[in-house]
Design a protein. Structure first.
Length: 252
């Protein structure tokens, strides 16, 4: 079984490891032994554990999951030249990763937290010779999309990477709206979850505009609610969210 080495032990590393754990041997590198033990407990399977300082990356397949600001610090503590680094660091360029970590190849990847349930939308770019491997590896945690430039992956970071947080806001707000009108909280949450599950399947096959037109009857309940969303500039706010998140990614 092929070994995948995670450098970093945060939420994203855990989510990806949960998706890969059944197909790959997992090795995790972190600063503290206690955090490695907790990672193993949360993951639910045995892993190989290593302390960051002095770790040899030579010829390893690395998934880099540290904070973008910590690249230089991490580079100063490890040694060796990795076979390939798959970096999930937002806004961290291929050039910066190559200059600091000196691997044979680098691929930038932007998964999201749905990796833990095999439903991540993961965008990729980098050394084209690893395109097929990247799609197979990250395909283990959901859907992949190889992009032609780093600009595009920074935009995708704002959309697919940060998107779950935006949808959580919408989901919570819709449930709150139902509670405000008199529905029990538990029932509102169940209805909201069913809504997202069904919509997620439909939008794979049908353009959102066509779905919206199909459910919006003239003068009906959906039209009334949709009008309220437009009055609240929800569409403009979503567009602005992507713009601001993209700009932030380019600043990291």
């Amino acid at each position: 079984m092929k070994t995948i080495t995670f450098i970093g032990n945060g939420n994203m590393a855990l989510s990806i490891a949960k998706g890969l754990g059944s197909k790959y041997k997992i090795e995790v590198v972190a600063r503290e032994a206690k955090k490695l033990d907790q990672f193993e407990k949360d993951l639910g399977i045995r892993i190989d554990k290593h302390i960051l300082h002095g770790f040899d990356t030579q010829d390893k397949t690395i998934i880099l999951c540290v904070k973008p600001a910590n690249v230089e610090e991490v580079a100063g503590q490890i040694k060796g030249s990795a076979r390939v680094i798959y970096s999930v660091l937002a806004g961290t360029s291929l050039q910066k990763l190559n200059d600091n970590l000196h691997p044979h190849a680098v691929v930038r990847a932007m998964p999201n937290l749905a990796a833990s349930v095999g439903k991540s939308m993961t965008t990729l770019t980098g050394d084209a010779e690893f395109k097929e491997e990247a799609e197979e590896l990250l395909g283990s945690i959901g859907t992949t999309l190889w992009l032609g430039s780093e600009k595009e992956i920074d935009i995708a970071t704002a959309l697919a990477g940060s998107g779950p947080a935006y949808l959580c806001l919408i989901a919570e707000a819709l449930a709150d709206g139902a509670v405000k009108q008199g529905m029990k909280r538990a029932d509102a949450m169940t209805a909201m979850r069913g809504l997202f599950e069904g919509f997620g399947a439909l939008v794979q096959e049908i353009h959102p505009a066509l779905l919206k037109d199909g459910v919006m009857s003239p003068g009906g309940t959906t039209a009334a609610g949709y009008g309220a969303l437009e009055d609240g500039n929800v569409r403009a706010s979503c567009i602005s969210a992507i713009e601001k998140a993209y700009k932030k990614a380019t600043e990291l």
